[in-house]
Design a protein around this ligand. Structure first.
Ligand code: NAD
Length: 248
């Protein structure tokens, strides 16, 4: 018996990177997977094929997670298509790094809207379904820089710290309905997002990590699987760092 059979997961921003690994990990444990990203393209089509190869139902949806109306519409469609939502993984995120002195209002707003407002949007949109089911697990993708801060990332750090406050509040608000809410705080994970960093910056990060390597997307997906499954049935309102001991 797989860990998530008969359950449905929604994963945002899953066309690539950490989100894609999470979708594959959950499907590998038997969950049906609805996933979103900004545009429906060949990456999403390919992921649908990879997911259905596990023998589960899977569908990709184009949706801008930073827009509430878009989110409400796509969640309605997912409920029609899948019938239930057991897990929500709020993974969609962007960076627009620069020193505060140079940061424009647009760079601030974009990062807060995509990273933080999206978590409000999707959590609000799935809430009714989870309340009716009297169960659910919500997993929000924060970051170690949301815990510790980082020069040149004030917008990103603020969005990821905001996610932590939101996570703890939702855990307290919805716990009596058997809905759990946790955050995952990855450290330096090797994805397309971090690929854009100069080699010397990447080497500098890795040097500071006690485990002496960047994390893999699967390192993060494994923790998400734990938080989705009943293995974590008494874990809620927590932030789990996945960072090779960089942040302790
Ligand atoms: P990524 O850039 O590879 O993937 C992010 C995905 O989100 C992309 O497919 C992108 O199209 C999608 N997306 C962006 N804006 C969206 C929107 N408005 N609506 C829907 N989808 C949208 O990034 P990643 O490295 O896989 O990161 C995934 C999550 O993990 C992000 O929230 C990121 O902040 C967080 N994170 C990453 C790292 C890391 O080292 N890579 C570390 C800590 C936290």
């Amino acid at each position: 018996m797989k860990l998530l059979e008969g359950k449905t997961a929604v994963v945002t921003g899953a066309a690539r990177g950490i989100g894609k690994s999470i979708a594959l990990k959950l499907a590998g444990e038997g969950a049906d997977v609805a996933f979103t990203d900004l545009v429906y393209n060949e990456h999403m089509q390919n992921l649908e094929k990879e997911l259905t190869a596990f023998g589960v139902k899977a569908k990709g949806y184009a949706s801008d997670a930073s827009k509430l109306l878009d989110t409400m519409t796509v969640v309605d469609q997912i409920v029609k298509d899948f019938g239930r939502i057991d897990f929500l993984v709020n993974n969609a995120g962007i960076t627009k790094d620069t020193l505060l002195m140079r940061m424009s209002e647009d760079q601030w707003d974009a990062v807060i809207n995509v990273n933080l407002k999206s978590v409000f949007n999707f959590t609000k949109a799935v809430q009714k379904t989870m309340l009716n089911q009297r169960s659910g697990s919500i997993i929000n993708m924060s970051s170690v820089v949301g815990v510790s801060g980082n020069a040149g990332q004030s917008n990103y750090s603020a969005s990821k710290a905001g996610i932590i406050g939101f996570t703890k509040s939702v855990a307290k608000e919805m716990g009596s309905r058997n809905i759990r809410c946790n955050a995952v705080a990855p450290g330096f994970i090797l994805t397309e997002m971090t690929d854009t960093l100069p080699e010397e910056v990447k080497a500098g990060w890795i040097e500071k990590i006690p485990l002496k390597r960047g994390g893999t997307t699967e390192d993060v997906a494994n923790v998400v699987l734990f938080l989705a499954s009943d293995l974590s049935s008494y874990v809620s309102g927590q932030v789990i760092n996945v960072c090779g001991a960089m942040n302790t």
